[in-house]
Design a protein around this ligand. Structure first.
Ligand SMILES: NC(=O)c1ncn([C@@H]2O[C@H](COP(=O)(O)O)[C@@H](O)[C@H]2O)c1NC=O
Length: 509
């Protein structure tokens, strides 16, 4: 048996190669890999010895040779194939271990030159992988170091495992297609094209999930790059994450994102906040967020923008919560939280990798758009009412604008002192969203007089303003842009409401 080893990620290779040698397997290898094996005392043939060609062009050509590909691709069951390779003095290669130049990692290096990225496009590696995987019934092909042990076990047992061989071949084509997708993405980025003719995508499975949105739906969680985004969160307690937990975690992080390092807490149900607040610390923000709608907070997902201490953990532990996510937890806070067996505790900063687009599946297709930018700041706004907002109103308007961004459309939030007091989410009309926000606030005992209102899109009619005025709202932030803006502004002026236009819409579907 002859094995060809050519790897960039050399982890775990040595014990595997030692195992092969112990079983009498002949090793052939390329430059750096051969050096590493020789340094460890193993007998290795250079690829150039079998091809009769030196490695050349700075390693661009090492294994691209009929002796290699003939040895991999010849069908052992076809006498004509075996005769052909024999006639050309080509020996079979029965096992290939290849992992590729680190293209993604190189392309992600800050300030990297295009030349370096291009040199990390592996050519010979994918070619060998594809040849070996095509002939998988006769050739072992390993692209993932975590498969070394499984293959060595089969070889050591002098047996075969066609199921494993098939799986390894599948892994190869999934790997090389993902590798090529990353290269295509890089080229598109280089020419500043966010929407190339073919949209290259490749995701890796992070975990199987028990079920999807409903128990009758199968599901799994895939990540774009391992260890980034939600995949970067470390679970410090609680049972396995569910599909809906992951969706709600995304909603919760979206909700606190606009507040940066300011202590903020978002309580999420069905991906929309049922309470969102800033405060002096984690506990204060939590109390204010919970007060918005303590009924809906049952079974929620909670996100914090700041570390969770013992005081906050103790307060949360009296509520039934599905997940809690924060950049950090005090160890004693974790101890308190994990006493609740069902509460998943997730630690870390789960940011979106730079340049990621927003993708939404529709039947037979994919909608691709920029991710929503951070909501605008008052410097970009325009006061359109005769009355200017007071400084307190201005603070609440900013909070309202930042918080309405994460509420499902049509969305209206009522706000007071840096906290939501009423949220109207996912309504089919804006006037209904206003009605729900006021109804939620008053039915849960919040005084709406003197509150500020945020609307994710313009008011098409004055009815929403009249309704807000009746509830005692004194300041409104909304995009503006309706054909009836004049009527809407007149309504605000009639009621003495301060109104600002942001000039941008914050739909969330
Ligand atoms: N050019 C070739 O013929 C070629 N054959 C194998 N490689 C790659 O060279 C790397 C290993 O190189 P080394 O053994 O020199 O450290 C592997 O990632 C392998 O995929 C090649 N490099 C790039 O295409």
């Amino acid at each position: 048996m002859r094995a060809l080893l050519s790897v960039s990620d050399k982890s775990g290779l040595l014990p595997f190669a030692q195992g092969l040698v112990a079983k009498g397997v002949e090793l052939v290898s390329t430059g750096g890999t051969a050096r590493m094996l020789r340094d460890a005392g193993l007998a290795v043939k250079d690829v150039s010895e079998i091809t009769g060609f030196p490695e050349m062009l700075d390693g661009r050509v090492k294994t691209l040779h009929p002796v290699v590909h003939g040895g991999l691709l010849a069908r052992r069951d076809l006498p004509e194939h075996m005769d052909a390779i024999k006639a050309h003095d080509i020996g079979t290669i029965d096992l290939v271990v290849v992992n590729l130049y680190p293209f993604r990692e190189t392309a992600a290096k800050p300030g990297v030159h295009a030349e370096e990225v291009i040199e990390n496009i592996d050519i010979g590696g994918p070619s060998m992988l594809r040849s070996a995987a095509k002939n998988f019934t006769s050739v072992w092909v390993i692209v993932d170091p975590s498969d070394y042990a499984k293959v060595l076990d089969v070889i050591n047992a002098d047996s075969d495992d066609q199921t494993l061989r098939t799986l390894l071949a599948e892994k190869v084509y999934a790997h090389t297609s993902g590798y090529d997708a990353a290269i295509a993405q890089w080229f598109a980025q280089q020419r500043g094209e966010p929407f190339p003719d073919r949209y290259p995508l490749s995701f890796e499975k992070q975990q199987s999930l028990r079920y999807g949105e409903n128990p009758q739906q199968r599901a799994a969680f895939y990540v774009e790059k391992p260890g980034t985004g939600l995949g970067a969160l470390v679970q410090r307690g609680g049972k396995e994450l569910s599909f809906n937990n992951l969706l709600d975690l995304e909603g919760s992080l979206l909700a606190i994102e606009p507040f940066g390092d300011q202590p903020a807490c978002a309580i999420i149900k069905h991906t929309t906040p049922c309470g969102l607040a800033t405060g002096t610390n984690a506990l204060d923000a939590y109390k204010k967020a919970l007060a918005c709608d303590p009924v809906s907070a049952f079974g929620s997902v909670i996100a914090f923008s700041v570390p969770v201490d013992v005081a906050a953990a103790e307060a949360i532990s009296s509520l039934f919560v599905e997940c809690i996510v924060a950049p950090k937890f005090a160890d004693e806070a974790v101890e308190i939280l994990v006493r609740k067996k069902n509460l998943r505790v997730l630690e870390g900063k789960a940011s979106w990798p730079a340049g990621t687009m927003d993708l939404k599946r529709v039947r037979g297709g994919l909608l691709v758009q920029d991710r929503a930018p951070a909501p605008s700041e008052p410097a970009q706004w325009q006061v359109v009412s005769s009355r200017q907002p007071t400084s307190q109103e201005q603070r609440d308007l900013l909070f309202a604008w930042k918080s309405v961004a994460s509420v499902k459309s049509n969305a209206i939030v009522l706000v007071r002192d840096g906290a939501t007091i009423g949220i109207g989410a996912g309504q089919m009309s804006r006037v209904d969203a206003s009605f729900v926000a006021v109804h939620k606030a008053t039915s849960l005992g919040h005084a709406t007089t003197g509150s500020a209102l945020g609307s994710d899109a313009f008011f098409p009619f004055r009815d929403g303003i009249d309704q807000a005025a009746a509830a005692g709202v004194t300041a409104i932030v909304q995009p503006g842009g309706s054909v009836r803006d004049a009527e809407v502004i007149a309504a605000a002026n009639e009621h003495g409401i301060a109104m600002v236009f942001t000039g941008e819409r914050l739909f969330r579907h």
